[in-house]
Design a protein around this ligand. Structure first.
Ligand code: UTP
Length: 558
């Protein structure tokens, strides 16, 4: 390995001198580590890189000759009878599911100095994303897992997030989970490439250190394979599914159970949770591709590849909306439900390696030199690229985006710019407001009188809907059927405009309530019911922050 590695580093003069032995050892240790961290080693990495860079240089079209169409899947209205039926079925399946959170991303667009999973999901309780995820899994475990089964959660971290994720769990006693049921798997960075011949790029300030960058969230498949976890979940724990999700989507457990239900009902080996996608929106499109040899696959096609593909084939107008006002192709939100048996077989067959790509920014017309170093990347949604052709791959689209997907990705200024351009702002503001909205809509669907929402401009975003701030613990209710059981007489419950309702007591129920004004917190742990209650108080209000004040970052970004 050493000889090839050094040759690939090029003719750096200092490498040939004899007075830098410590530095050479340091370099060698790093090369060994890069070799260990990549399935097949550094030589395999460089071989893959050479092939992909050559294809990139030639401008190869990966979809040459493919004919796209809309794949099989389910489109559901949140809270409809069909949705609730699939959610019930999915919750039963969720009791046989391993959960995987990818949380190794840098979050550069958000610019938050902490880790994203430590952000509050909303201000009414201040509970962070990781707590919401863990407590949702524990609630599903209590209601739907076989007795004694602890549902596992894997968190993929990176050097940027690992220590702080570990500390967050330790400081909070694993949010009530058993320490053995949460496993952190750290993804490692890969070597950067200096040119089209895949020579390794050295740090500008250190000739004995190779530049490295993240390989992407597709690493999660390799880690589930190399750790042996996926196989053990299937063989020793009898689990049937694995569900992948991202670091900041408080809506996850409002939509994921229905997707699990769809996977079970339709026999999907791989099912992408999706939302309606506006033409040219910067999210991938779930697309069926028919290949010239007669075979076909359903894959995620990135938005910048979709338009040329459609223009060259079936849709001369390219990536355009249809009569529904949306693209006919569902938008991938990277919440994935995968059947464990075919998943494990595929990991075994490919040694955990998934499709990679390279995206160099060229500095010359001949496409040989780069503006800055590049690296191979991989994305978790590309897993189906290698699945056997008869594996059923589909989607579950929730027609109401706010009910399924409201991630926190952008800082306030970029969020406002996006909103002005008509795109989703995906900010801490929208993430919080959509969580209240989905909770209110669930209550409304069951017959509770809620709202209406107030409208306001906030953080430079116009027309935001402020629903009553309604939050409950997952142990109180996950899913419509559980929520229904908590409400003896939904028609006797009214939640007024701009009020706050926090249900912290996992054993309480609500019989009759008129929340006219202000705030009601249902605390404690007794099994009583809120009955004949009329609430009218000054409660909690939203106060704009003085921009010059010294506020915590968690507040200023929302
Ligand atoms: P994002 O698209 O949100 O990217 O990742 P990011 O890196 O976190 O944020 P930016 O682009 O720098 O602003 C989607 C999900 O994939 C995870 C993220 O943590 C998030 O949950 N991810 C991303 C990884 O786990 N590893 C990676 O290498 C990249």
């Amino acid at each position: 390995m050493e000889a090839v590695g050094l040759e690939l580093l090029g003719d750096n003069a200092r490498l040939l001198t004899t007075d830098a032995d410590d530095d050479k050892r340091r370099l060698l240790a790093q090369l060994r580590q890069l070799d260990d961290n990549y399935a097949g080693g550094l030589i395999k990495y460089i071989t893959n890189a050479k092939r992909l860079l050559q294809e990139s240089k030639e401008g190869a079209n990966p979809f040459e000759g493919c004919v796209p169409s809309v794949p099989e899947g389910e489109r559901l209205d949140f809270g409809s009878a069909a949705f609730i039926e699939l959610e019930d079925r999915g919750l039963a399946e969720a009791g046989r599911t391993g959960f995987v959170l990818v949380a190794g991303g840098l979050g550069e667009r958000l610019g938050y100095s902490g880790i994203k999973v430590s952000l509050p999901t909303e201000c009414a309780t201040g509970r962070c994303y990781l707590e919401l995820y863990v407590s949702s899994i524990l609630a599903i475990q209590a209601a739907h897992a076989p007795a004694g089964q602890r549902l596992p959660l894997v968190i993929m971290t990176s050097d940027d997030t690992h220590a702080r994720t570990e500390a967050l769990l330790n400081d909070n006693n694993y949010f009530g989970a058993h320490a053995t049921q949460i496993t952190l798997l750290k993804q490692e960075k890969v070597a950067c490439l200096a040119d089209g011949d895949a020579r390794l790029a050295l740090e500008p300030e250190d000739a004995f250190r190779v530049q490295t960058k993240p390989h992407g969230h597709g690493d999660v498949h390799m880690l589930l394979h190399s750790s042996g976890l996926a196989r053990r979940w299937r063989e020793e724990r009898g689990l049937r599914w694995v569900a992948f999700f991202q670091d900041t989507n408080a809506q996850l457990f409002r939509a994921l159970p229905a997707a699990l239900g769809v996977s079970a009902a339709r026999g999907f080996a791989f099912n992408s949770l999706a939302v309606p996608r506006r033409a040219k929106e910067a999210i991938g499109a779930i697309t069926r591709l028919a290949f010239p040899d007669g075979s076909a696959r359903t894959l995620n096609v990135e938005y910048n590849q979709l338009d040329p593909l459609l223009r060259a084939t079936t849709h001369p107008q390219g990536d355009a909306n249809d009569a529904s006002g949306f693209s006919p192709f569902p938008g991938n939100i990277n919440q994935l439900v995968v059947e464990l048996a075919p998943y494990c077989a595929e990991l075994e067959r490919r040694g955990g390696v998934i499709a990679e790509f390279v995206n160099p920014k060229y500095a010359d017309a001949a496409r040989t030199a780069f503006k800055k170093s590049t690296r191979l990347e991989c994305m978790m949604q590309d897993f189906p690229k290698g699945l056997p052709l008869d594996a059923r791959v589909g989607f579950t689209s929730v027609n109401q985006t706010w009910a399924a997907y409201s991630p926190v990705k952008n800082d306030p200024a970029s969020a406002a710019d996006k909103a002005r351009a008509g795109d989703p702002s995906h900010s801490a503001t929208s993430g919080e407001l959509d969580l209240y909205k989905v909770n209110c809509k669930m209550l409304q669907a069951l017959g509770v009188s809620v709202g209406p929402p107030s409208e306001a401009a906030f953080n430079g975003i116009q027309g935001l809907e402020f629903w009553p701030r309604v939050v409950w613990r997952p142990s109180w209710a996950v899913g419509f059927s559980a929520l229904k059981q908590r409400l003896a007489r939904p028609e006797a419950v009214t939640i007024g405009r701009d009020t706050v309702l926090v249900i912290d007591n996992p054993n309480a129920s609500i019989d009759s309530l008129d929340l006219k004004r202000g705030t009601l917190v249902v605390a404690g742990s007794g099994e009583g019911a809120v009955a004949d209650a009329v609430v009218d108080n000054d409660g909690w209000t939203w106060e704009p922050l003085d921009p010059n004040g010294d506020w915590p970052e968690e507040l200023t970004i929302r």
